[in-house]
Design a protein around this ligand. Sequence first.
Ligand code: SF4
Length: 362
Amino acid sequence: MNIAGLTTDDLCAWAQARGATPAAARTLARFLVARFAGKKPTSTPARALLDAASAEISSALPEAEAVPAADETVRFAVKLADGAVVETVLIRQPARWTICVSSQVGCSRGCVFCETGRLGLTRNLEPHEIVAQYVIAQRHLIALPYLQLPIDPQSPLPPLRGRVRVGGPANVVFMGMGEPLDNLDAVLQAINVLSDPLGFAVPIRRITISTVGIVPQMDELYRRSRANVAVSLHALEPATRLKLLPIARKWSIDELRAAIARSPRTILLQWTLIEGVNDREADADALLAFARALDVRVNLIPLNPGPAEKLRAPTLAQVRAFQRRLADGGLRTLVRLPHGQAVGGACGQLAGRRRVPFTDRD
Ligand code: SF4
C-alpha cells in the first residue's frame, strides 16, 4: 500500500481492521495524511500503531526528472516502479499553478495528432501513481525554485510574488497521458485523496477531467464526481472527425452531444485547431450550431507538433479570427496560449518529442 492512494477514511479503516479503537484510528489517519501533504499534524498517534503503519504503508514517491521550459512550465518525466514513464506538467498561470497529470501509461484511443495515442496502451495507473505526480510537482514548487524561478522578461504574466500561496493547492487537470474515463475508478480515488480536506485539500472545483468522449462513462462520471469535465471535440464534420478521432467510429456525434447535454455542470469543449482541417469559417459555424442550447464554453488550442507531420497549427491571426466568429455567435471562447504550446494542448498531447525517457539515460 502507498499512502498516496489512501484517504483519511481509508487509513481509519486500515487501523480499525488492526484492532485500533475508532479514536486511535482517526488520530493515526489524520497524522499520516497531514504529514504526507506537508502540513503540521495536530496530534500524535500511539507509537505501536505508527510503527505498524510505517511497516505496511509506504510513502515513497517515484523517481522524477524535472525539465524546465523557457515559459516557466516544468515537465516531469516520472519513472514508476515497473520502469514505465509518464509525464506530469507544472504550468504557471496568472493566479495559481496548474498540475497536469497522466492517468494511463499510453492510451488506446489513437487520436492521430497525439503522441500518447501513437504509443498504444501499456497499462492503467494506480490511484497512488496519479497522486504521486501531484506530490512531485507540489514539492518541486515548495522546495526548489518557486519564487526564485527566473522570470522570463518576455513573459506577459505578472510576477507571482504575493499572489500565490506557497504550498497552496494548485489546479489539477487530467489532461496528461491517457484517457481518464478508461481508468475511471483509479481517477476518482485519486481525486478523493487530492481533495481530502485533511490532506492536500484541492477544492473539487479546481479539478478538471478531460475526455475524448467515452459516452457511457460520462454519465458515470457525472454521477460519481463534481469535478469539472472537458470534452476534446476537435471536429464535427463526420469525415474529418473519423480521420482525427478513431473513437468517432464507436459513438456518433449525436450520442456525444446528448451526453454533454446531460451534464449537471458547464462542460468545457476543447478544439485543437489544425490548419486547413478544422479552422475554417464553416467549422466555427458548425461548432456554434453544436453548442446551441448547451451549457458549454470553448478552449481553442493551436495544434502542438505531434506524430502527424503534415498537420500544422494555423497562424495566430487565423486562430483569433476563429475565436471572434465563435464569440460573435455568443459562445464563450478562450485561446490557450502559450502554455498549451509548451506542454501539450489537449489530453495526452504533452507526451511530445521533448519527452525525456529514463530508459535513454540509464
Ligand atoms: S488525445 Fe487523449 S484520448 Fe486521444 S490518444 Fe491522446 S491521450 Fe488518448
